[in-house]
Design a protein around this ligand. Structure first.
Ligand code: TYM
Length: 336
């Protein structure tokens, strides 16, 4: 199409979008639209590796699409951006099956997310949970992706996608582009507010641990006030201050300030003032996103038009890769 780099990333519709998802991934996706071809996907097929309530999954998918557009992912403004739903493009599942045959059992057994999730959902350790990273590799490799912007928790999966691509290329000659991760310097791992040594996660049973993009100002104020810090009353970044470090990261991105500026601003002041400032900066950052999301959700036809047109473009690109891969492994081409 053109010589722009291709960016691919995905997000699960398995709950509401958190501040971690936004700062670690989505905020960076927005910037890539300026000079890259961007393919963004709501990965509903990944979401069902954990049991979902059907009506809820459907509603969450719509809400996530609206939220992503409200954050600035905009296929109407950027003609090289697409935003679609994974299950609308069948090539993801098709390539995933094929890549399963080029991925080793041992490699999948070593995935830390599989180990974590299989202990968390011990009553449902299904094969999809195990082969989850292969579907992720298929997502990425279908589009000749150069760059994959993600939070640090996805790094191991990205490395496996690279290994699978290299292995396939080694056997059949140059087929897949080997993707590079893009992990932001600040925000790659936003921590839980209540247990700041753990990742902020939407599946946390304690809702004070995470901020949702949809949280009201009152809720944001309350959660930030309750955020775990320490007893030193000193705003600075240090290894033994995980709670303060996390709030500094959040504040630094939301208010656009450096660590030095933050340390200076709160010199001789307690955590109370600091937390008020963090909450205010967050509320201001999220206000326009929330207003836009509410507006978009009222107009589902418009959302449908966006994801349908995007899926058509994605399917066209994906089908070309899949045909090539089928040919390489020796499948007989369909008759015309
Ligand atoms: P998911 O839906 O769990 O998260 C979406 C993105 O948010 C990032 N993230 C975080 N970043 C910083 N701090 C946090 N606390 C935090 N929590 C989540 C994640 O790293 C991710 O970038 N498997 C993926 C979805 C996926 C995908 C792909 C991503 C499917 N196919 C292909 C990239 C390429 C996932 O579950 O993300």
């Amino acid at each position: 199409m053109n010589d722009k780099k291709t960016v691919f990333s995905g997000i699960q519709p398995s709950g509401k979008i958190t501040l971690g998802n936004y700062l670690g991934a989505v905020k960076n996706w927005v910037d890539f639209q300026e000079d890259c071809r961007c393919i963004f996907c709501v990965v509903d097929e990944h979401a069902i590796t954990v049991r979902q309530e059907p009506a809820k999954l459907r509603a969450q998918t719509f809400e996530l699409l609206a939220q992503l557009i409200a954050c600035g992912i905009d296929p109407e403004k950027y003609e090289d951006t697409v935003l679609y739903i994974q299950s609308h493009v069948p090539q993801h599942a098709q390539l995933s099956w094929l890549l399963n045959c080029y991925t080793m059992f041992g490699e999948l057994s070593r995935m830390t997310q599989f180990k974590d999730k299989s202990s968390k959902y011990s009553d449902n350790i299904n094969a999809g949970l195990f082969t989850y990273p292969v579907l992720m590799a298929a997502d990425i490799l279908l589009y000749k992706t150069d760059i994959v912007p993600v939070g640090i928790d996805q790094k191991q999966h990205l490395e496996l996608a690279r290994t699978i691509a290299q292995r396939f290329n080694g056997v059949y000659g140059d087929t897949f582009t080997v993707p590079e991760p893009f992990i932001p310097k600040a925000g790659a791992k936003i921590m839980s507010l209540s247990e700041p040594t753990k990742k902020m996660s939407k599946s946390d049973s304690n809702e004070n641990g995470y901020i949702l993009l949809a949280d009201t100002p009152d809720v944001i104020n309350r959660k930030i006030k309750r955020a775990v810090t320490d007893s030193e009353a000193l705003v600075c970044r240090r290894d033994d201050k995980p709670g303060v470090n996390n709030l500094m990261t959040i504040y630094s991105i939301a208010a656009g300030k450096t660590d030095e500026e933050i340390v200076k601003e709160f010199e001789g002041r307690g955590y109370g003032d600091f937390k008020t400032a963090v909450a205010e900066a967050l509320i201001e950052m999220l206000r326009p996103i929330q207003e836009k999301k509410d507006y978009l959700l009222q107009n589902k036809d418009h959302l449908e038009k966006i994801y349908t047109e995007s899926a058509k473009k994605a399917e066209w690109l994906a089908s070309r890769t899949l045909e090539k891969v089928y040919r390489k492994v020796g499948f007989v081409a369909k008759g015309k």
